[in-house]
Design a binder for this molecule. Structure first.
Ligand code: FAD
Ligand code: DHB
Length: 391
């Protein structure tokens, strides 16, 4: 079959790209290894920054987000005996929204289904071909076992950290950077009202903890744990009592209310960047090109920002044969990628304990400066609430 843009991966990057292209009359075909239900129910990111929200609204995808999303002015930053609120709106005029990736994905799928989008779920053996030609293609075996080829003007790899797209750039051209952190997150979802109005990021000598949320009745919490942690070693009681200790239960009258845990997982943490984000007629967007550790909630937002740049570039390329934006895409996107890579690394290394007592004193000094100096707080706020698309 033939289309204008072949998109590999039906996660947020792939589905949003397909949506933005369709709005400009550019046709795409999406291929995805997993089932539609699996993709829609994966519990991942929870925070949308201002520019992501603006883009989703501009794309006509903001109706449920406006109704059900929860706008937050900032975050709480804490360490033992102290909790400080950073008000991003006062500091930068920008805010963030609690709206789960599961919800973004549902909105995207609903919009693409209404638009008659072709998505091939459950495929296997995805391979990319002829990327340096004007007629690149993607082959795969469809869910019902049929060998299939999609030929296009452009192929876009939105296939996350384990897809084949990034490795299709020749080794002589691609450059990669990677940092693996010596700790992981144990994340839970719990059927209990959040014990906080806005997210709490907590430094603690036992390890980092965070209190996030998904709704008025669902809480999302994370604990720093050693790499290789076995979930079987973490009973519900151990999880809740570690969270209570690290989040400061009892401090200044604050209490953490536990509840039934409905989902739990261990998340390894790494930073990864591959450049360039384009090879011939193949472009990379989202986790296919870069991974950030989750502290600071940048992964999903960066995927949205990539696609926000790539969509107009591809429209110009395939509809008007104008390659200027496409030629600039990798360099432009990478400016934001490296900014978010640095911010995520900075938040991660400031808040997780792994070093000696000297390192801990430096972390505490840094936290105190960020929480109490307007200059320090503004730096965190500007990065967390997100720089404008195209930064
Ligand atoms: P993905 O969402 O990974 O989508 C890629 C898609 O490509 C997938 O559906 C995959 O099945 C598909 N695919 C892969 N291989 C192939 C193939 N061969 N053929 C066809 N399709 C293929 N970010 C945060 O900001 N906060 C968080 O709390 C957070 N938690 C996370 C937890 C986990 C377990 C993970 C993995 C990520 C988390 N992230 C978080 C990161 C965030 O979810 C991602 O940055 C975001 O999903 C990126 O979107 P994407 O579309 O680029 O990639
Ligand atoms: C969430 C995840 C993050 O990494 C973060 O920094 C904030 C919130 C979340 O899953 O809600």
């Amino acid at each position: 079959m033939r289309t204008q843009v072949a998109i590999i991966g039906a996660g947020p990057a792939g589905m949003l790209l397909s949506h933005l292209l369709a709005a400009e009359g550019v046709e795409s075909v999406v291929v995805e290894t997993r089932t539609e239900d699996y993709v829609a129910s994966r519990i991942r990111a929870g925070i949308l920054e201002q520019s992501s929200v603006d883009l989703l609204h501009a794309a006509g995808l903001g109706e449920r987000l406006a109704r059900e999303g929860d706008q937050h002015r900032g975050i709480h930053l804490q360490w033992p005996e102290e909790r400080h609120h950073l008000d991003f709106v006062d500091l930068t005029g920008r805010s963030v929204w609690v709206y789960g990736q599961t919800e973004v994905q549902k909105d995207l799928v609903a919009a693409r289904t209404a638009g008659g989008q072709e998505v091939h779920y459950g495929v296997s053996g995805t391979a990319l071909h002829d990327l340096e030609s004007d007629s690149p293609s993607v082959t795969f075996t469809s869910a019902d076992g049929a060998p299939t080829r999609v030929t296009a003007s452009v192929v876009v790899g939105c296939d996350g950290s384990f897809g084949p797209s990034r490795a299709s750039v020749p080794d002589t051209i691609r450059q990669t950077w990677e940092k693996v952190y010596p700790y992981s997150w144990l994340g839970i979802l719990a059927d209990v009202a959040p014990s906080t109005d806005e997210l709490i990021y907590a430094w603690h000598p036992d390890g980092f903890a965070m209190h996030s949320m998904r709704s008025e009745t669902v809480s999302r919490l994370y604990l720093q744990v050693p790499n290789g942690t076995d979930l079987d070693d973490w009973s519900d009681d151990r999880i809740w009592s570690s969270l209570a200790t690290r989040l400061g239960h009892g401090q200044d009258g604050w209490t953490l209310t536990p509840g039934p845990i409905t989902e739990r997982s261990v998340l390894p943490m790494r930073s990864f960047v591959q450049t360039p984000m384009r090879h011939g007629r193949m472009f990379l967007a989202g986790d296919a090109a870069h991974i950030v550790p989750p502290t600071g909630a940048k992964g999903l937002n960066l995927a949205v920002a990539d696609v926000g740049l790539l969509a107009p570039a591809l429209v110009d390329l395939v509809r008007n044969d104008d390659s200027r934006l496409a030629d600039a895409y990798s360099d432009t996107a990478l400016r934001r990628v490296w900014r978010c890579t640095h911010f995520s690394w900075w938040m991660t290394t400031m808040l997780h304990t792994s070093g000696d007592e000297f390192d801990q004193q430096l972390q505490l000094s840094q936290l105190r400066w960020v929480a109490t100096s307007e200059a320090g707080a503004t730096g965190l706020a500007e990065n967390y609430a997100g720089l404008p698309i195209g930064f």
